[in-house]
Design a protein around this ligand. Structure first.
Ligand SMILES: Cc1cc2nc3c(=O)[nH]c(=O)nc-3n(C[C@H](O)[C@H](O)[C@H](O)COP(=O)(O)O)c2cc1C
Length: 349
């Protein structure tokens, strides 16, 4: 096992000094009073590990699959828009960095690089994240283009009928520089998200594509059951990194009820507040097949482009390896709920 002596928060510190303060505020802020933003991380501190001793192994095996695609570890890149705020090459660079870490990249439909250019630059597997834009023909076009560009799944974000109230950011009075635009659309076209969709959405998407559908932004057992009934292949338990409904459950608190409701009928993933490989281990123990990280990837991007992104993922990998060795877990398949104890009662445990 490799040992680096640098942690993710050191990337955050250096990135903070590198990036324009208002752009930094856009990345870091949450919505409202940021209770959910804070809660995402704090919730992990209330989950404790139950390690097992004298389990012989050389190095733990982190290899896994997501919807059948092999990845080198169960930690992948969340969809994040507007990455040219952090690096001149934006998403093309982060997609390369994530692929070089041999894991999955989810391209945002609000990227500042077109989905085709991301596909050319990427060095690993790709999924495409779809916002439900008005008019619907714009969303439809994106799905077709993603299929054409060989993306392997469509991740539809359902927690954004409106953009959240990012009050800390709004107070900056910042307007995006001219070159920061959603590159998937013609210049001058800046579509708004739609609040008119219902669960019939999945029939509509199914009529457009045979790609597997993943739903992102689920926080309850009720919605998880509905999503599975609608035939989704995967569910991302997420509150959008605390950027949508402030006061919504920290995602790791919502995870156990979603896992229970899904009962193996779809893959369940988590994002929100993952800042170490140990956090990832806790989420896997609570039933996530993989976790996604958002802001830490951006810190790596700002500090050192593709290399910085790869390094951030390599640090997370190394920390997960340590968590597994010290807990007595030789492979990711061995990680289960018996490895976690929650002091404050993660629901169901
Ligand atoms: C700057 C920024 C932009 C984001 N853009 C998108 C996006 O375009 N689509 C989407 O589904 N989620 C987006 N998200 C949410 C992430 O996919 C993810 O849910 C969140 O960042 C996870 O939390 P973390 O940052 O604590 O890892 C964005 C998050 C950030 C911080």
């Amino acid at each position: 096992m490799a040992t680096s002596y640098i942690q993710i928060d050191q990337y955050e510190e250096v990135a903070r000094k590198t990036v324009d303060p208002a752009a930094w505020c856009y990345v870091e802020s949450g919505s409202g009073q940021e209770q959910t933003l804070r809660g995402n991380q704090v919730a992990f501190e209330h989950i404790w590990l139950r390690p097992r001793m004298l389990v012989p192994m050389q190095a733990p095996d982190l290899n896994t699959t997501v919807l059948g695609t092999p990845i080198s570890m169960p930690i992948a890149a969340a969809p994040v828009g507007f990455q040219k705020l952090l690096h001149p090459e934006g998403e093309a660079t982060s997609a390369k960095g994530v692929g070089d870490a041999r894991t999955l990249y989810v391209a945002s439909s609000s990227a500042t690089t077109s989905l085709e250019d991301i596909a050319v630059a990427a060095s690993g597997p790709l999924w495409f994240q779809l916002y439900l834009f008005e008019p619907r023909s714009l969303s439809e076009e994106l799905v077709r283009r993603a299929e054409q560009a060989s993306y392997q799944a469509i991740v539809v974000t359902v927690d954004t009928p409106f953009y959240g109230r990012k009050e800390r950011f709004w107070r900056q009075g910042y307007s995006m520089p001219g070159h920061i635009r959603k590159a998937n659309f013609e210049p001058g076209v800046d579509p708004m998200v739609s609040s008119t969709f219902d669960w019939g959405l999945f029939d509509w998407l199914r009529s457009l594509t045979d790609l597997p559908l993943v739903v992102k932004g689920i926080l309850t057992a009720e919605d998880a059951r509905r999503a599975v009934d609608c035939g989704v292949a995967g569910i991302v338990v997420s509150n959008h990194g605390g950027r949508q409904l402030d006061g919504a459950l920290p995602s790791v608190m919502a995870l156990p009820e979603v896992v229970e409701a899904v009962a193996g009928r779809a893959e369940v993933y988590l994002d929100g507040g993952i800042r170490s490989g140990t956090d990832a281990f806790k989420a896997l123990a609570l039933g996530a097949r993989a976790v996604f990280v958002g802001r830490p990837m951006l810190w790596g991007l700002a500090v050192d482009g593709a290399q910085g992104v790869t390094q951030v993922f390599d640090i997370l990998r190394e920390e997960l390896e340590y968590a597994m060795v010290l807990s007595g877990c030789p492979t990711v398949e061995h990680i289960d709920t018996s490895f976690v104890e929650s002091a404050t009662g993660i629901r169901g445990y």
